[in-house]
Design a binder for this molecule. Sequence first.
Ligand code: SF4
Length: 343
Amino acid sequence: MKNTTTTETLPAEGGLGDEPLLAIDDLHVEFHTRAGVVRAVNGVSYSLNPGETLAVLGESGSGKSVTAQAIMGILDMPPARIPRGEVRFRGTDLLKLSDEARTQVRGQRISMVFQDALSSLNPVFTVGWQISEMFRVHRGMSKRDSLKKAVELMERVRIPAAKQRVNDYPHQFSGGMRQRIMIAMSIALDPEVLIADEPTTALDVTVQAQIMELLSELQRESNMGMILITHDLGVVADVADKISVMYGGRIVENAPVHDIYRSPAHPYTKGLLESIPRVDLKGQDLYAIKGAPPNLLDMPTGCAFHPRCPYRQDTCVTDVPPLHQISSSRSSACHYWREVIDG
Ligand code: SF4
């Protein structure tokens, strides 16, 4: 089909001026289900610059992955609906682009690595075929040239004996190696933004560290912006520049990574930090945040965290806390953030 509008509407390339590479602004996502309307994302805002890593942290159901899916444009609509908000990539609101223009951004300029590499890879095609498909489809390369590029990418993500293994099938690789293949596919077209959604959850601890190191290295080489979605505060300390903590579909704390570790300004963040196992406290019981994440169909009144919060006061049950600006780079959605910081 002839396209006359796509090139006019695609985000520009080159310098950014004052605009962040990616800016999510007041994003709302809801799902219309038989049981009612699930408000999965309620007014989320964050931004990302080239070469920066933003870790988005939260339990399952906090809205972190749904936000990422909205950025990628891979939500099933319906049942999903985006009643409000913007996803600006290089100043262009992706939510206003045609499906065709959106497809050109997805995978090429904004790419994603998913948690479960085995179910993301097609079991009946060799990994070389699957990686090289990116170049055949998007760059119009020949079969031979695209396979050569696939080997180069497998070497770049450090898969040993890439030349020999390019003709192997996904089940012939370990979990860590399959995740490397997924990463190879996600960086194949040199994206400007990489979203890694729980990229190490299914892997053992040693392999987790290797995958995180690989992602950081690839990011440094190409100056990509990276959004790292995780439920594990332990994995982000060495790789993230800043953290946004989500709870019940909202951001409850934004801060540079060192501030979060030094003095969290929200009781939920504090609870997550205290839940990280520490080698110097061997033999002690591991702290766990009491209670369960909120039911998005029946959210608590006031602050969504109040049923689990050790700092709770009467106001918390009635008044939704706004995101208080603590400094130019920090904010907390807690009425009593000062007390939390003071310990
Ligand atoms: Fe806890 Fe109240 Fe702060 Fe919510 S607003 S996190 S309930 S102290």
